[in-house]
Design a protein around this ligand. Structure first.
Ligand code: ADP
Length: 272
């Protein structure tokens, strides 16, 4: 009888512990939802006034009929640049919270990935030249089109190249695209500062910035790579990084081919 009583007591304790854990998990999930909603609301509220500020600023800076005096131009350019920086951050936060809440508007389309990627990369040619860096591009075609959300792919390429440019001071950046084992693999390799080994597992975390990292500009918030990872996951893909301090970094994005891994209902049948 005593044995039975002990058994019942143990079972009751276990059930209580389980119940407690479930309650805590629910609370955490609720907090997470509240946090996402908060980010989303704040970002949204910031966006309109920012757009209304940046528009007239841009007009003033590009007005050829009544050009600004050089000191005015200098000051307003600074305001404009920082406004743009804030705007990019707000947009990234908004993208991120939409993705997290499963509310991102995505449409996967069969895409000529080398051609599309080449066009995106070409926007970085002049910045690379100005920085004295060699930009090498080698994009090979898959035998079949790759299904991507074009806006998402643009953000992936844009963030990876901006980072490569920001953290590379000599040498260059190489962008390759390959068909490899049923996947399309994009690699962005740079000969930049590299990332310390202990920081590598954290670079895809939100707001993580490597302490003391040397960069061409100190703009940044640590949201870029977190967003890239979410966007890649949306495609059923994965992203990896290899890096050696003083030698450089390689980010590789793996996208599975076909549509089996994509959420149905978001897949557009034809190219638009
Ligand atoms: P940030 O806006 O700070 O660039 P990211 O999320 O894009 O944010 O990157 C997170 C951190 O990872 C950066 O702060 C930087 O320290 C490091 N990092 C990212 N890309 C590179 C790179 N190509 N070379 C060296 N460090 C990098």
């Amino acid at each position: 009888l005593r044995l039975l009583a002990r058994q019942v007591a143990a079972d009751t304790a276990r059930a209580r512990a389980y119940e407690e854990e479930r309650r805590r998990a629910e609370q955490l999930a609720e907090l997470d939802r509240a946090k996402t909603a908060f980010f989303s609301n704040v970002s949204h509220e910031f966006r309109t006034p920012l757009t209304l500020m940046l528009g007239p600023l841009e007009d003033a800076l590009t007005d050829t009929e009544e050009p600004l005096a050089s000191h005015q131009r200098e000051r307003l350019s600074l305001v404009y640049r920082n406004g743009m920086r804030l705007s990019k951050l707000v947009n990234s936060l908004l993208d991120f919270s939409r993705l997290e809440a499963g509310r991102a508007k995505v449409a996967f389309q069969p895409t000529d990935l080398p051609a599309f990627t080449a066009e995106l990369v070409s926007h970085f040619e002049s910045a690379a030249r100005r920085a004295g860096l060699l930009l090498t591009v080698d994009l090979q075609a898959n035998s079949e089109p790759v299904w991507v959300d074009r806006e998402a792919w643009e953000k992936v390429v844009f963030n990876l190249l901006s980072n490569a440019l920001k953290y590379t001071f000599e040498g260059g950046i190489t962008v390759t695209l390959r068909a490899q084992g049923g996947e399309a693999v994009l690699r962005v390799r740079d000969t930049g500062t590299g990332i310390p080994e202990q920081a590598l597992p954290h670079v895809f975390e939100r707001f993580h910035r490597v302490e003391g990292a040397r960069a061409r500009s100190h703009e940044g918030s640590g949201i870029g790579l977190a967003l890239v990872q979410e966007l890649v996951k949306l495609h059923g893909g994965s992203i990896h990084v290899r890096s050696v301090v003083g030698e450089g970094s390689t980010f590789s994005v793996h996208l599975p081919l076909g549509t089996a891994h994509l959420p149905s209902g978001r897949v557009l049948a034809r190219e638009e």
